[in-house]
Design a protein around this ligand. Structure first.
Ligand SMILES: Nc1nc2c(ncn2[C@@H]2O[C@H](COP(=O)(O)OP(=O)(O)OP(=O)(O)O)[C@@H](O)[C@H]2O)c(=O)[nH]1
Ligand SMILES: [Mg+2]
Length: 320
């Protein structure tokens, strides 16, 4: 018997990986900086235009309003005048909206199970492969459960993407019971002493009820085998789809007991503000962001770096 609880050493292996956020659009920040710098914006017009820019970046109206209101108040109170002062105040307002939630990914449990769910095409399978690559790279052995048995091609896609990561795949035939795949993955992880199980799930089924029942069953199997698990149920959202996906995501999130969000396809999307909106609307922390199709294009969501990118901090540097 190990005297030390399982999972404690694992936690040390999960290191925050700094990923450059160059691929996240800084269009809004660039425009704002330029217009402020050339004195094109002042007074009411500044706040109206900022509101429009925030809406355009997909922050959602309530969040855009909160940010503009907060900035306006701070600017008055602190008598802010220069473009740099205003940008700094906007940064503080944005960070205030993002502070609070715990964005850590739990590694507890032996094996530790992470479930990945979300509407079709949002990037679940790609995210599972990215997580496998990252965890394997940090010395954690992963089993990937191919629980999207709905489409034959889904299992092949997962096999292809996971193979280079060194993680092992547990798969059944197309059409098999997705919960049975998870059951086998747990047995295999125990027998082989693997650290983690990553579960890829289907995004579509014939009916929504069917899908929801299936996800509920997967959760029950995991909970029955490993008390209190899965420790992470990650809900994947596509930044390109934006606000339309939120209602659907809410239903998924409730069924899988979501612990956090993964927002994918932020690379090149002008909808960088979407993260503010999903956190507010879904009441869940964004834990990871997808910034490309490659297996290394996954970043921890770090509010400071992210807001800096949105506000085009590199523009400030290039201005000297
Ligand atoms: N640009 C970009 N593309 C991404 C990202 N994540 C996923 N994709 C692409 O999005 C498409 C769908 O990704 P999948 O991982 O298959 O999505 P899924 O949710 O598993 O899809 P279904 O299983 O059909 O529901 C693929 O073409 C991916 O390469 C990302 O962060 N950035
Ligand atoms: Mg998939």
């Amino acid at each position: 018997m190990e005297p030390e609880p399982q999972g404690v050493p694992k936690r040390r292996w999960w290191r925050r990986v700094p990923v450059r956020l160059d691929k996240v659009s800084s269009h809004m920040g660039q425009t704002l900086r330029n217009r402020l710098r050339f004195g094109q914006l002042a007074g009411d017009e500044l706040y109206e235009e900022l509101f429009e820019m925030l809406l355009g970046s997909d922050c959602g109206a309530p969040m855009a309003e909160a940010l503009v209101h907060g900035l306006r108040e701070q600017a008055g109170r602190e008598r802010l005048r220069t473009s740099d002062q205003l940008i700094e105040a906007l940064r503080q307002q944005m960070l205030k909206q993002l502070e609070g939630p715990n964005r850590e990914l739990s590694l507890s449990g032996s094996p530790c199970v992470w479930l990945v769910a979300g509407v079709n095409g949002s990037g679940k399978t790609t995210t599972v492969a990215k997580l496998a690559a990252r965890l394997q790279g940090q010395g954690l052995s992963c089993l990937v459960a191919a629980s999207d048995t709905f489409r034959a091609a889904a299992i092949d896609q997962l096999r292809r993407m996971v193979a280079p990561t060194g993680a092992e795949l547990v798969a059944h035939q197309p059409g098999a019971d997705p919960a049975a795949v998870v059951f086998d993955a747990i047995a295999a992880a125990r027998a082989r002493g693997r650290d983690m199980i990553l579960v890829d799930t289907a995004g579509r089924l014939h009916t929504k009820d069917n899908l929801m029942q299936e996800l509920g069953k997967i959760r029950r199997v995991v909970a029955g085998q490993l008390e209190g698990q899965p420790v992470e149920s990650l809900l994947v959202l596509d930044a390109y789809v934006g606000a339309n996906a939120i209602a659907q995501a809410r239903v998924f999130g409730e069924v899988v007991g979501a612990t956090g969000l993964v927002v994918t396809k932020l690379d090149g999307s002008a909808r960088g503000g979407y993260l503010f909106q999903v956190e507010r609307e879904l009441g869940l922390p964004v834990k990871l962001i997808g910034i490309g199709e490659g297996t290394s294009d996954l970043a921890d969501f770090d509010p400071g770096g992210y807001v800096g990118r949105l506000l085009a901090d590199d523009e400030r540097v290039s201005q000297g």
